[in-house]
Design a protein around this ligand. Structure first.
Ligand SMILES: [Zn+2]
Length: 501
């Protein structure tokens, strides 16, 4: 680590500085074809098999805008409460990297499709309004692969490979206005914003939103200003932060690093920085270009986009129920407080509980199993709830078996072991493992009789009026039946034999 990486304790940062963040989120749209040509967008194809003269920027090729991408962008804008432009234009952003074969990126500059929206996010019961400056449409770049070095970066590599399959895939950029006032919660607000945005994109169905495949990438801007200063500090831009947790870590690290620089009397360099997943630290990239360096000018090969008002109204009317509204409705339907809904959100269980209820379980039972036993198992194995090898339908089936009296909670846990081990649906596991609660069968009758014979002293106490002593006999029966008997039934059978005869 260089001296620039001295860090101030997080709590101490907040005694002297006010953080301001900004987030630029890139979302690869899930359209079948690219933004300005007909090439396929399927992920994982052999390198350079999904290209054509247009997305390779060959002379004489002409772009045609993808209308499905424009529609998706407007729907994102509407979901974020943006104003939709009646007239928008594409521009050329000139820069020269090998992954941008045309020598410019076709994007939107001063006339984006959507402006002036907002997204409310909740952290620890408090709502923070994140203002959205713009939502615009552009094209993705190709992918560089630097081979031979240890870090995957160009420094130290033998050679570099370029895959243009990604070049030209429609990319929506969602840019927030600076977010002040979050204080100590700044890292969590940043994470909550991206989490909520991701939920909205999933609900709209505009993108696969797989962060690990790079469908959603965040640039995280962070700056600090001494408390009481009206002017915000110089910001750094941490590029391509590719997980929700990393968004939080990137803000936290930059706050601590910048505070150390400022404490030492230094100044923050306006630059892009790389985020390192392993250490949670950032390191300097290139110094940040000014807009003028890109020499933007209107794209002469594309006509302006003028979304028809009626069409926009139709898109607005066709928006699905958005995540925040859905959470409010489900809280009402399930009769739970907002704080309990927040737990479900944090546990990633809203969808799972909702599907379990849809499959026939009561909301209370569904919450109990997902937040209780299943959350514990996910935690023990270090996975997310949704990654457990059990479906909401199976959980509902398990709950149904308990309600029907076929199994009790303890047997249900054993049945769950079987489901998670891939032994089939709960009913099949109960059958195969012989987990069903025993009825008043011959087996149970003989277990009850054996308990009385095996514990004559206890039996005599019960006969003599010490009815509480019956618990020891119930325990003995439960033990011989390995928990498969129903305790209430056993107690009744013992009473019939020992009491009031
Ligand atoms: Zn193409």
């Amino acid at each position: 680590m260089s001296t620039a990486d001295r860090l101030v304790d997080f709590d101490e940062v907040l005694t002297r500085y006010e953080p301001v963040m900004g987030l630029e989120t890139h979302v690869e749209l899930g359209t079948a074809s690219k933004m300005f040509c007909g090439c396929s967008t399927t992920f994982g194809a052999e390198p350079n098999t999904q290209t054509c003269p247009t997305c390779l920027g060959l002379p004489g090729s002409l772009p045609v805008a993808n209308s499905a991408a424009i529609e998706s962008t407007i729907r994102i804008g509407l979901a974020l409460g943006c104003r939709i432009a009646t007239w928008a234009r594409f521009s050329r952003k000139n820069y020269f990297y090998p992954d941008i074969p045309k020598g410019f990126q076709t994007t939107q500059y001063d006339e984006p499709l959507c402006t002036a929206g907002h997204l409310d996010v909740e952290v620890d019961g408090e709502t923070y309004r994140v203002e959205i400056e713009r939502v615009h449409l552009e094209e993705d770049t190709g992918k560089n692969l630097h081979v031979g070095g240890s870090t995957g970066r160009i420094h130290g590599a033998d050679h570099s490979l370029i895959d243009y399959n990604r070049a030209g895939i429609p990319l929506v950029e969602i840019v927030t206005r600076p977010i002040p006032g979050a204080g100590a919660k700044a890292p969590e607000v940043a994470k909550a914003y991206v989490t909520e945005l991701r939920e909205i994109l999933v609900t709209l169905g505009v993108s696969e939103v797989r962060m690990e495949q790079g469908n959603l990438r965040c640039d995280v801007n962070t700056s600090l200003a001494p408390i009481g200063h009206l002017e915000w500090g110089t910001r750094t831009e941490t590029k391509n932060v590719n997980s929700l947790r990393s968004v939080e870590r990137a803000v936290r690290f930059e706050m601590r690093r910048q505070a150390a620089v400022l404490d030492a009397g230094g100044s923050i360099t306006q630059e892009t920085r790389h985020f390192h997943e392993d250490s949670g630290s950032t390191s300097p990239g290139r110094s940040k270009e000014e807009a003028t360096d890109y020499r933007y000018f209107p794209e002469p090969d594309l006509v302006p986009v003028a979304p028809d008002e009626e069409w926009v109204a139709t898109l607005q009317a066709g928006l699905p129920e958005l995540p925040a509204a859905r959470r409010t409705r489900l809280s009402d339907e399930w009769g739970i407080a907002p704080t309990e809904m927040a737990w479900l959100v944090n546990a990633g269980a809203v969808e799972l509980v909702s599907e379990t209820v849809a499959a026939g379980a009561s909301p209370g039972d569904a919450r109990k199993w997902w937040l209780g036993d299943l959350a514990r198992r996910a935690n023990d194995s270090g996975t997310e709830l949704a990654e457990l090898a059990v479906t909401p339908a199976q959980v509902a089936e398990l709950i149904g078996l308990i309600s029907a009296g076929t199994i009790n909670d303890q047997l249900a846990r054993q049945a769950l072991d079987g489901v998670l081990a891939g032994e089939g649906d709960p009913a099949a596991v109960v059958e195969a493992r012989g987990l069903a609660v025993m009825g008043e069968s011959d087996e149970l009758v003989s277990a009850v009789d054996a308990a009385i014979e095996g514990n004559p002293d206890v039996a005599d106490k019960v006969r003599g009026g010490k009815v509480q002593a019956i618990g020891a006999l119930v325990g003995a029966v439960m033990k011989t039946t390995r928990g498969k008997a129903d305790a209430a039934t056993v107690k009744r059978m013992l009473e019939e034999r020992l009491v009031s005869s």
